[in-house]
Design a protein around this ligand. Structure first.
Ligand SMILES: Nc1nc2c(c(=O)[nH]1)N[C@H]1C(S)=C(S)[C@@H](COP(=O)(O)OP(=O)(O)OC[C@H]3O[C@@H](n4cnc5c(=O)[nH]c(N)nc54)[C@H](O)[C@@H]3O)O[C@H]1N2
Ligand SMILES: Nc1nc2c(c(=O)[nH]1)N[C@H]1C(S)=C(S)[C@@H](COP(=O)(O)OP(=O)(O)OC[C@H]3O[C@@H](n4cnc5c(=O)[nH]c(N)nc54)[C@H](O)[C@@H]3O)O[C@H]1N2
Ligand SMILES: [Mo]
Length: 754
């Protein structure tokens, strides 16, 4: 039977990368920028004297390679460096109620915000006001509120300098409420890794990728989200390094990739196969798969001779016997059912792993955004520890961070659970007693906004209400705030969920020149591999009214804290002085100012890389994952598990276009990806309109009128785009250990649209 044609759905035939990527960059540049300006801007990305790419947190080799072409980096840069402007005149023409009817793409596509604005309820419009007036009014409201009723959100693009000042401001004010994007992202990493290996960060460097003998890539989509990683995977594949992928979706870049840096491949329209073993695990089946691999490894060790690193296990770890007993007790039929993979597929990976002298495991949101995301991260450590793959060249754990400085924000004190040593240092350095009680993370912050416990929300970037699950609850709750302040570059929906006093404060972006006290200032960021380096904006600011995030934080602090012990004005005119304070408070930043003046910067200390285990026992800890279920059970045999993910043309809640080229979707986002067997089982056809219903206790949730399309995805798993599908996720559906929502693990039912 000839398959029905569905509008906007067709096969993408090329490899990932290649000429298709070059064409896409030309398109986005044409739409957003002038051609000459674009060329020079893009050439300055990730260069020693240039700015750090706001696209992702993947590092650069010594920070001095010639321009590394990256399609999605180019999109991120040109989206910020656009010639379009959202001026006060534009806001005068559109009431907030009207703006709310526009799509996320349309809102941001108005262009860069140009002046500070305040919401005027009488006219339902945003209106410009001078900076000092904005600060005065924000400060006056903050002075009337109890500090525990104020929350300080951070989205991870903020520099170390702005983030450090922000937490200083909040803590002097008296709040530990630091919801941040990391709570929705890699919090299971920040919680799980310290329990297993005594530090909350990845252990590998770019060098390790050059020396590894096996890469296991779990639950991430680098062709879209970390495109510069593709160069590394491409090189490894060409060296003959096996690459094992666990992903319910066949992601094109993980199958075959043409490196735009490779002249021959480009000239011949060639491509390199990336994955040696592509395991289409069910969503939520990674725990079972990992337990299966470890069980097979133990069997090899007992059979053909030692494949475990017994000396390492004896000297460096605790808990091996309990782990082995649990694996023994777990049966293959259950592992196969829960993972959707066969015993032989998993045994084959165990054989590759047993042969490799240096293995890297990399992972992303497919692993963390589950009800047991933290436990998942600990399973990865188990696997690596069994063969001593932490603290040796070419091996280790590689969490792929999200925002370009999300890791740095954490390092400099953006955390709702500050440690005792950090608080003591803060007290000793600044002469006030910071609050000791833990504060609220992202989900708890929104719950407090809903309950009225939180009365003011300050957002240093981001789009919190849209990024969180459950818009049905989050959107209306924002209107109850006594104060909302949004520091941002472009208009988004959270800015339009206005309350009694709502301020929109536009800031300089990473690409723009930041001149203070007559001198160009550098900021610093930390990448996924703990390298800290300088970033210097080069473009003229989008508007003469824009100020830096540092200056905005200092302005708010000065106004809210009339008796402050800190000289905010002095700090915001010389960023070296902020770095001197960071150096005093946070270990690892010795000679901060000197070391960031070296090209490439410096690496923060990573104890596990030296096999120093900062756990209570002083050893690396094996972890027993009881059972095999990561998430709430499915609803009978017709139940499916929904994952929500990013398209190729989006950056979180920023939607560049409606296309998702590599998955063969063009000009639309209202689709549900499904396996052919599930279509047949549910008596659905490719192209049918369907309704999705969440199968969890509580309020009924239905997302109506999506078009279901046949896709190469694991049977039993369906996928839809984020943020649209957030209406299907309850706010309290999260990992208890980390607070991270189960964005990739929602039990649903799908039926024909009625
Ligand atoms: N261009 C671009 N770059 C970005 C971003 C962006 O939106 N656009 N976002 C940034 C941010 S903040 C982050 S956190 C990262 C996100 O980067 P990724 O971690 O790559 O995030 P996602 O695209 O949400 O999902 C990743 C993959 O997980 C798979 N997956 C889903 N469920 C499961 C599962 O249960 N098991 C397994 N094994 N796999 C599963 C999906 O099929 C998908 O391929 O990227 C950063 N970089
Ligand atoms: N269903 C579902 N939901 C998810 C996810 C998922 O996979 N599925 N992923 C989660 C993840 S991993 C994350 S990290 C969150 C993302 O959550 P957020 O970080 O809150 O969201 P973003 O979309 O990155 O924020 C976009 C806004 O940031 C502002 N901005 C951009 N650049 C700058 C800058 O330089 N400075 C300032 N001050 N503002 C700037 C702009 O105004 C823009 O509109 O979403 C989470 N939500
Ligand atoms: Mo993220």
């Amino acid at each position: 039977m000839e398959e029905r044609k569905v509008i906007g759905i067709r096969d993408y035939r090329g490899p990932a990368g290649g000429w298709g990527a070059l064409k896409a960059v030309a398109g986005v540049v044409r739409e957003q920028m002038d051609a000459v300006e674009a060329a020079t801007t893009l050439l300055r990305t990730n260069q020693p004297q240039g700015f750090d790419c706001p696209g992702c947190a993947w590092p650069d080799k010594n920070h001095q390679s010639t321009f590394q072409f990256c399609e999605n980096g180019a999109k991120a840069v040109s989206w910020e460096a656009t010639r379009k402007r959202a001026t006060p005149a534009l806001f005068a023409r559109h009431r907030v109620a009207d703006l709310l009817r526009l799509s996320d793409h349309e809102l941001e596509d108005f262009g860069r915000l140009t002046e500070p604005m305040v919401y005027d309820p009488a006219s339902d419009t945003y209106q410009a006001l001078p900076w000092d007036e904005a600060f005065r009014r924000i400060g006056a409201i903050l002075q009337t509120l109890p500090p525990h009723a104020v929350d300080f959100y951070t989205s991870g693009r903020t520099s170390n300098e702005a983030a450090f000042l922000y937490q200083l401001f909040a803590r002097e004010y008296g709040s530990n409420n630091f919801p941040d994007c990391s709570n929705m992202c890699h919090e299971p990493t920040s919680v799980g890794l310290p329990r297993s290996i005594g530090m909350g960060k990845g252990s590998v460097s770019l060098d390790d990728f050059e020396h590894c003998e096996l890469i296991i890539s779990i639950g991430h989509n680098p062709g879209t989200n970390h495109p510069r990683m593709m160069g590394v995977l491409h090189a490894a594949a060409r060296r003959g390094v096996p690459i094992v992928v666990l992903n319910p979706l066949k992601e094109l870049a993980l199958e075959r990739f043409a490196d735009p840096q490779d002249a021959l491949e480009m000239a011949t329209h060639g491509a390199t196969a990336i994955a040696s073993n592509y395991l289409q695990v069910k969503a939520g089946g990674d725990a079972a798969a990992l337990k299966g691999m470890m069980k097979a490894l133990l069997a090899l060790d007992a059979g053909e001779g030692p494949v475990l690193d017994h000396a390492f296990i004896a000297e460096h770890t605790r808990g091996f016997a309990a782990l082995a007993a649990d694996l023994q007790a777990t049966g293959w039929p259950e592992i196969e059912a829960a993972s959707g993979l066969s015993q032989s597929e998993l045994e084959a990976v165990a054989v590759l792993y047993a042969r490799s002298n240096a293995t890297i495991v990399s992972y992303g949101m497919g692993l963390t955004q589950h009800s047991r995301g933290t436990a998942n991260v600990r399973l990865l450590c188990n696997l690596l520890l069994l063969r001593g793959n932490i603290g040796k060249p070419g091996a280790g754990i590689c969490p792929l961070r999200g925002h370009s400085n999300v890791q740095g924000n954490r390092t400099v004190g953006i955390t709702e659970k500050p440690g005792a040593a950090f608080l003591q240092k803060m007290a000793a350095t600044f002469g006030f007693t910071p609050p000791q009680q833990p504060g609220r993370d992202a989900v708890r912050s929104m719950q407090a906004i809903i309950s009225g416990e939180c009365q003011a929300l300050i957002c240093l970037g981001g789009n919190l209400a849209v990024a969180l699950p459950d818009p049905q609850q989050c959107y209306p709750a924002m209107a109850g705030l006594a104060l909302a302040v949004h520091v941002g570059t472009k208009l988004n929906r959270s800015h339009l969920l206005v309350s009694r006093a709502t301020f929109l404060l536009p800031c300089l972006g990473r690409t723009e020149e930041d001149s203070q006290g007559g001198e160009i200032q550098a900021v610093t960021v930390e990448d996924s591999m703990s390298m800290v380096h300088a970033s210097v904006g080069k473009l003229p600011p989008a508007s003469p009214h824009l100020v830096s995030e540092v200056a905005i934080v200092a302005g708010m602090a000065q106004a809210a804290l009339p008796h402050s012990r800190i000289n905010w004005a002095a700090l915001s005119t010389r960023y070296d002085t902020i770095r001197e304070l960071i150096e005093q408070v946070i270990p690892g930043f010795e000679h901060y100012n000197a070391r960031i003046r070296e090209p490439g910067g410096f690496r923060l200390p990573l104890p596990a890389c030296e096999r120093v285990w900062n756990t209570p026992s002083g050893k690396a800890e094996f972890f027993v994952f009881s059972g095999l279920a990561e998430d709430a059970p499915l609803d009978g045999d017709k139940g499916l598990r929904l994952i929500t993910l990013r398209s190729h043309d989006q950056y979180n809640t920023t939607i560049y276009s409606q296309d998702d080229r590599y998955r063969g979707v063009f000009g639309r986002r209202d689709v549900l990806f499904m396996h052919a067997d599930d279509l047949a089982r549910l008596a659905l056809q490719h192209g049918d309109l369907v309704d999705i219903e969440t199968q969890l206790a509580g309020q009924a949730r239905i997302y109506s009128g999506l078009t279901v399309i046949r896709h190469d995805i694991a049977a039993g798993t369906v996928a839809a785009y984020y943020p649209e599908a957030n209406c299907l996720i309850p706010l309290d559906y999260f990992d208890e250990d980390s607070g991270t929502p189960g964005y990739k693990s929602v039990p649903v039912r799908v039926r024909k649209h009625s």
